[in-house]
Design a binder for this molecule. Sequence first.
Ligand code: ATP
Ligand code: MG
Length: 221
Amino acid sequence: MLEAIDIKKSFSSDGKVVPVLEGISLKLDAGDYVSIVGRSGSGKTTLLNVISTLVRPDSGEITYEGVDLASVPESHLNGLRKSDFSVIFQFHHLLPYLTVLENTLLPFMNSLKPVSRQIEARALECLVRVGLADKARRLPGSLSGGEQQRVAIARALVKSSKILFADEPTGSLDQQTGDTIMELLAELHRDGMTIVMVTHEMEYARLADRIVEIEDGRIVH
Ligand SMILES: Nc1ncnc2c1ncn2[C@@H]1O[C@H](COP(=O)(O)OP(=O)(O)OP(=O)(O)O)[C@@H](O)[C@H]1O
Ligand SMILES: [Mg+2]
């Protein structure tokens, strides 16, 4: 489904070039559930951003359903991000002036036409699933960090995408809410969604079919 081959990525800071990914290869088959672990700063978020096409690698190849993503125009990548990929960011990226429901509907918002009743109903259903139905009309600023995280998760759920990229989806949540989110991911996986999850909690990483460990820019397991 998605294959990354020998991915390299460096960042420059203070005039120095710092390598972050030093030749990472990863293959995802449809229906896979993979977790990515590694210490803070090891490059997990960078890897997720590269394979979800948000960041271009310096070198290496990414193919998605047989298509080399380096060779397609940005508009094609945009289409893929809209239709096939959902991303839960480590820092939730909610828009402060939109309500919880509107933030959840964001993937469907288009200034030209209003969101259909059907999609709004689906968004509300996703808010129920993450336990936020009663806060649909609130603004993110009036929610706790964990609640904001759950809005971001609902937003990713409302699209029926093929791959979910989740960066520390339980990062700022207590154990019980974290467990609920992991149950949601397991449910999506059972429904056939391909999932790549970054986590630093081994207990959650083990729920995936496969664990990939990054150290010094390379996969060590
Ligand atoms: N845009 C950037 N510019 C410069 N350096 C960056 C940039 N993004 C990431 N880095 C550096 O790359 C390294 C890896 O960062 P990354 O966010 O991928 O780590 P991570 O494994 O997700 O860490 P954490 O567990 O803390 O989220 C870090 O040293 C970071 O400072
Ligand atoms: Mg990170």
